[in-house]
Design a protein around this ligand. Structure first.
Ligand SMILES: [Zn+2]
Length: 737
């Protein structure tokens, strides 16, 4: 059931409205499709939230149908598949700029909205953004670059700035116009639209309604009109109070103004939006799904509408597979989508998502129910044994539970899992059985559930976070169809009772212990109460893998190495990127083109020689100091028959074997290059941290060399001299050793 987590390349271009689009590395979907060996060529993406899914699936030659019912997501998808050119976007901005407004051009009018004075020279400036204090109810600071005196940065806002900002807030007419576009008088959702609009400062509403009013009077060619809409959309996104300052939520989910937020200059926002909409052409053809239309390989077919309608359009066609990034509930984006769609395209266009205006809170139980409804309707369109591969770029415990329970309950069989807990990335693979058995109601017992969680820890052979044991527990429940048997339309009650049994299982102190625990179950690390000898810990296996790979291959990219690690350490073992990078940096240095190569001193012959030299130096040093020196597996220094020092020379920072068979005295002698890796290992595993604090001494190769050449070294000052170059000197920000 454990599968490899796909690893892509970081995208160089984030794209438009990026804080509401799932963060996807390039090639993740392509790799997922490659590794899963999915025969058949007709693929469905039922959620349409990430343009990368249909693009990469179509690039692999498959025929893709993507359901995109949110008009904003659909617009982003369409214009990621067929990006605007820079010149189209510039022409669109020029059109907007030239619109007449109050005896001037729209550009001047917009810049004038953000007029202020330079605090240094007193000249007029158009600020980049004001910083609002939500409690004070006005702008406290402004950020600008003065063209006159070149002063740039953040200064306090003046009384005049404050007055101007509040003046716009009092313009009720524009506020009413903005609401009217979404929910006309008499519409039951009008009060919800008003509540949603509250996240826009008055000046932004004034700017947006003025823009909309003028743009709607334009007669534009369709291509140019879409480019104008793209820029407006970016202005709508920039204009709300969800931009914290100095930093804030990167990916807001709740439609609430930040405590301190940026009120952006919306003209500048549109200028900058040109860059975000001018994307590289993915070279994938796309079309709207047509009635009776054959599905073409290598092409994206975009659909919006009901499942009944989709069934009609498909006729006798069915899908071989589903590939998707499932959506997370996002009240902010869903509500804003309803506003934005209504502003750009009118009530009818916003209708499919207008219901989002009403709901203020989404929880995972609600989401489980919503997913269940969708996947049940999709199931008849799939041809068994169709597989459903889902990639979660922003996984978390509740999200995973919602997916596992809803799919299992809808009759899908769990076939694969992988979780990279630190990064919140996960993959879940389902298979469509020929027929669905509704199992008899099963009694869930905490002991079996606990065993599944324990098994995951034993496989990792090191403590793990709550997310890992939680995923182990819930994937067990889905695989054994407990979630199917316990499914209840009251999803809240069902998920609550499962969570309670999981809590009971994890609280069993005969099976688990918790390291660095807080009160909450989600805190600290889980480990096995009486751990078996399970071999090398996950972090040691990562180190060994990195070293072996680097010694085999002269140069490689971090992402290539990471991908191989994820192919080797699959499922719930998938190690965090930070550990992979620490292991890589310990043995390799960047060379060129984003590639890394083994350091010269870590080539096997060089390292063997260095180990021999250190051994020799320790032997000589011990003899010089008058100890009886034994040279077996370890170098031993005795005094009057009594063992005073034992030195273990090791080229790696692999410790699992030593922790189990630790005997005092012991000094680990290792290359200085391992210090940061050792620090990272002890940061992630309290057992290592505690052991290193109380257990062995650590000595770097270079320090042995230094001691060997010291003429003033005596037995009396030896202990003090040994401690003079502790590993943390290499890495002062990690003073753990
Ligand atoms: Zn100035």
């Amino acid at each position: 059931m454990d599968i490899a987590l796909p690893v892509g390349m970081p995208a160089s271009h984030t794209g438009p409205i990026s804080r509401f689009v799932p963060p996807m590395d390039i090639g993740v979907i392509e790799q997922l499709l490659d590794t899963l060996d999915l025969p058949g060529s007709r693929v469905l993406d039922p959620f349409g939230v990430s343009p990368r899914v249909p693009i990469e699936a179509a690039k692999s030659g498959r025929a893709v149908v993507v359901i995109a019912n949110n008009p904003i997501s659909r617009f982003i998808l369409e214009h990621t598949l067929n990006p605007f050119t820079l010149s189209e976007l510039r022409a669109a901005l020029a059109q907007i700029a030239a619109l007449p407004k109050d005896d001037t051009r729209m550009e001047n009018f917009m810049l004038d909205l953000y007029r202020s004075r330079c605090a240094r020279c007193g000249e007029e400036v158009s600020v980049d953004f004001f910083v609002w204090d939500r409690e004070l109810g006005g702008p406290s600071h402004k950020v600008y670059a003065c063209e006159n005196c070149a002063h740039a940065g953040e200064v306090s806002a003046t009384d005049e700035d404050w007055e101007r900002a509040l003046d716009y807030a009092r313009r009720g007419l524009h506020h009413a116009m903005a609401v009217e576009q979404v929910a006309p008088r008499g519409d039951p959702d009008r009060k919800h639209a008003e509540a949603a609009l509250a996240v826009y400062p008055g000046r932004a509403i004034y700017a947006i309604t003025t823009l909309l009013n003028k743009v709607q009077q334009l007669r534009l060619a369709p291509g140019l009109e879409a480019a104008v809409h793209a820029l407006l959309l970016s202005a709508f996104d920039a204009g709300n109070a969800l931009w914290g300052y100095p930093d804030g939520r990167d990916r807001p989910r709740q439609l609430v103004a930040s405590q301190r937020y940026r009120e952006f200059n919306l003209w500048r926002a549109m200028e900058e939006a040109i860059g975000s909409w001018a994307m590289d052409d993915p070279q994938v053809s796309s079309t709207a799904l047509m009635p009776g239309g054959r599905l073409e390989g290598g092409r994206v077919h975009i659909f919006h509408g009901s499942y009944t309608r989709l069934n009609e359009l498909l006729g006798s066609e069915s899908f071989d597979h589903v590939v998707s990034v499932p959506p997370r509930p996002n009240q902010a984006f869903w509500t804003l989508s309803a506003l934005w769609a209504a502003w750009l395209w009118g009530h009818a266009a916003a209708a499919p998502i207008k219901v989002a205006l009403r709901r203020r809170r989404y929880d995972w139980a609600w989401h489980a129910g919503a997913l269940h409804t969708v996947v049940k309707q999709i199931a008849p369109m799939l041809k068994p044994p169709a597989r459903t591969a889902m990639y979660l770029p922003e996984s978390e415990a509740g999200f995973l539970a919602a997916i596992l329970s809803s799919y299992d309950a809808a009759g899908y069989d769990l076939h694969g899992r992988a979780l990279r807990a630190n990064e919140g990335q996960a993959v879940i693979l389902w298979q469509q059985p020929g027929s669905i058995d509704v199992p008899p109601r099963k009694q869930l017992d905490a002991t079996r559930l606990g065993q599944a969680c324990r098994q995951a820890l034993e496989t990792r052979c090191e403590p793990a976070s709550f997310d890992v044991v939680h995923a182990a527990g819930w994937t067990f429940l889905a695989r054994e169809h407990y979630t199917r048997s316990l499914w209840d339309v009251d999803t809240r009650q069902m998920m609550q009772s499962i969570a309670e049994i999981l809590n009971e299982a994890l609280s069993d102190e005969a099976t688990f212990c918790r390291l660095g625990r807080g009160v909450e179950l989600e805190t600290g690390l889980y480990w096995i109460a009486n751990p078996p000898d399970c071999g090398l810990s996950l972090s040691d296996r990562v180190e060994q893998f990195v070293l072996d790979t680097l010694r085999r291959e002269p140069e490689l990219q971090l992402e290539v190495l990471d991908r191989r690690i994820c192919e080797s350490l699959t499922g719930l073992q998938t190690p965090g990127k930070r550990l992979v990078l620490a292991a890589l940096e310990s043995y390799a240095a960047p060379v060129r083109n984003n590639r890394w190569a083994l350091r010269p001193e870590d080539h096997p012959a060089a390292r063997r020689r260095a180990c021999q030299d250190v051994r020799h130096e320790l032997i000589v040093l011990g003899e010089q100091l008058g100890y009886a020196v034994g040279d077996r597996d370890l170098v031993e220094w005795r005094e009057g028959g009594e063992l005073r020092y034992r030195f273990l020379i090791r080229e790696t920072a692999i410790l699992s074997d030593l922790q189990l068979r630790f005997q005092e005295p012991l000094t680990l002698v290792m290359p200085g290059g391992r210090a940061a890796l050792l620090a990272e290992k002890s940061r992630r595993d309290p057992r290592i941290r505690d052991w290193l604090q109380s257990g062995p001494g650590i000595l770097k190769f270079r320090h042995v060399r230094r001691l060997a050449s010291e003429t003033t070294l005596t037995r009396a000052n030896l202990a003090e001299r040994l401690a003079i170059d502790p590993p943390e000197h290499q890495d002062p920000q990690l003073p753990l050793l």
